[in-house]
Design a protein around this ligand. Sequence first.
Ligand code: NAP
Length: 460
Amino acid sequence: MAYQTVNPNDGKVLKSFGKLSDPQLEKSLDEAQSCFQSWKHTSYAERAAIVNKAAALMRSHVDDFARLATLEMGKRIDEARGEVKFSVDILAYYAEHAETFLAPTKLHPKVGEAHMESSPFGVLFCVEPWNFPFYQLARVAGPQLMAGNVLVVKHAGCVPQCAIAFEQLWTDAGAPQGAYTNLLISHEQSERIIDDPRIKGVALTGSVAAGKSIAAKAGQNLKKTSMELGGSDAFIVLDDADLEKTIPWVVLGRMYNAGQACCAAKRFIVLDSIADKFLEKFKAALSALKPGDPMDEKTTHVPLSTEAALVQLLKQVEDAVTNGATLVVGGKRIDRPGSFMETTILTDFKPGNPAFRDEFFGPVVLFFRVKDEAAAIALANDSDFGLGGSVFTRDEARGKRVASSIDTGMMFINNIDWSDAELPFGGIKYSGYGRELGNMGIQEFVNKKLVRTAHLDAPA
Ligand code: NAP
């Protein structure tokens, strides 16, 4: 993909960037490698000073970063500000806790004494998506720099200015050359980077297709990977749910980031006795959203990130209907400049409709009516994905029981999939493996070394 800023609100091409030449790429990898040789010996306090400085700089320029995200991928400006503030929180969280998370842990062997200690892998290659152009970068940069690793990062083609701004942040924070490097590179160059012996681990957040390709390449090189991929999260509404409280969550769960979140609520599974009322209220709430410029705080319905994303989503809806689904509302592009999609509800999925297994990355609701709790659980689990999910009920114990029965990496009771710096994020099945955030996130790319002391005579 080309590196280009195209405003999805009007389709105007604003800026284009050339890709890195092979010699420039070679120089970047060399700098990263040589930076690691000294960075790995810095103390946690020295690393924290730089990571905290980056957090402080971001905090004092929230609006500048947010406007870049909105310009390049069209998210609502308020959501963009929220994303930047959350990125700050993630950096500060790891600056504060990394030393504790990576402290040696004592073991208790029958003979002698032993402990586990943690040391950084080296240069990591991170491939990141456009949908949260700063948060995704903070999710790797915060923990991995604090762990003593250094990063070379390939961001998505449609957010080059966000990618460059985040690299500049590290320079401004005083990070040494090579600690965090943004690479404007092709997929082919990316493959060569994975082969390169200077690279010691690979982290991807992106689609299943990218995951299969990048994990396969890394596998050939026996390099550790973490994969944060797509999702088709179930939003289960049990018959005792408080609909007045649930509907605002439903709208946020599907429409946050214009529906372009891996962990967005995508399949709405509602118990029969309240299904009609739920659908009526959901439809009404969606129809109240008004399309407009994402830079305008009053706008409630924004464009998709790119024209290509819109074309793909329209085709998915068309295919779903061709294969038997019923279109309740929406299904078309909005008649105005920019890449806007109508809020859309699909229902009546017949067995074998391929759309049933698809990830719909935008404002499209897949609605399912089921007879009881067991059917809701079975349907939620009938997915190739396993990222997150929600259960809404007045009965907390029932919510926990249902949550425990769903095969995903995360479940949320009476709220939506949401990440916090201290909570591990990730999935199973086609949603990938490994975790980001929390204590688990910093453990992904460190060597866990056993050190044992036992003063024994060798057996004769
Ligand atoms: P994508 O096409 O996979 O792109 C993501 C990143 O991977 C981009 O930087 C892209 O670069 C790069 N890429 C794709 N194929 C590649 C290849 N063969 N070699 C090297 N780099 C490659 O994903 P997307 O459709 O833009 O993003 C949305 C997807 O990400 C959704 O499926 C969503 O669910 C998932 N996601 C998951 C999480 C999570 O934490 N689980 C979070 C956010 C998003 P180019 O732009 O240059 O192609």
